[in-house]
Design a protein around this ligand. Sequence first.
Ligand code: TYM
Length: 334
Amino acid sequence: MKKELVFSGVQPTGNLHLGNYLGALKNFVSLQKSKSCLYCVVDLHAITTFQNPKELNSNILETTAGFLASGLDSNKSIIFNQSSVSGHAELAWILNCVCRVGWLNRMTQFKDKAGKNRDNASLGLYAYPVLMAADILLYHADKVPVGDDQKQHLELTRDIAHKFNTDYNHEYFKLPDPIINKDAPRIMSLRDANNKMSKSDVSKYSRILLTDSNDEISTKISKAKSDSLKMPSSSDELSERPEINNLITIYSSISNIDKDSVINLFCDKEISFFKSELKDIVISLVEPISSNINEIKSDISFLKTTLEDGAMQATERARKTIDEVNKLMGFSID
Ligand code: TYM
């Protein structure tokens, strides 16, 4: 039987953090064992907000190093950067003409990112989810591992695929399904549990980076916002204690112990005791990844070859879709 196809992407806009790892990368790594996987450094998405070209270039390599250091293997998965496969931009234009403005107006991520400065946001930021749909549909992906924050974009991808199929050919695009890690769908900021952990948060204490030293991890966890109570004795308390809920989620996801068992383990203990155990477990995850990143990052020619090989394989697949779509659209003259 043909293996299911998996596609996902990560923006090269800074260092990868624990939210990226627990929400997405961890699944990327386990899926490559049984599925046919493409993992993309989505540099065309990154430029929807201004990127300094030098920094973008080094962030593409850094994100690729983060992929490999977390366990992705270029012999098992196709690893490449988006701008090196022209099919992404080509299909995105066609899908821009399929997607309805009303659908994009509902996208909450655009509202969050553009904020009050909507008129000054780039057109690319507004059309961002259509490029994401193109990424996924270009390879006819069955499954898309993402964090919970991307769920709405996946629903839009299905709507676009469905409309394309209705307009041009009923069976052409598959409707992809998200894979969301149910134990860590959305890791929240360590400073404010109402916001997700993110690369763009102004406070560096809000996130743990995969490149953080052990001391940095310890400090960030010590400073993580919590409350003055003891550790909860039941999961009923978690809805009223979002910061503790987030820390327990992190502990549970890294240790692969379900949240109820973590609650039992620390029931009525001091938060400081829990935090010191959490530090150990986060360090045990991040320390080897961080040292792998440093080692891999120093071998630029290896990183370049990995991306070039990946782009060649991805281009071959993408070309087939673009040729078929061109035919369906009436572009290719037979
Ligand atoms: P990006 O670069 O913001 O994040 C990469 C992946 O990490 C997940 N993630 C999180 N998961 C849990 N908790 C968090 N705090 C957290 N922060 C980030 C994201 O959900 C994502 O899975 N639009 C995408 C990139 C993209 C893409 C695609 C993804 C472009 N094309 C096609 C899948 C398929 C994004 O900005 O991810």
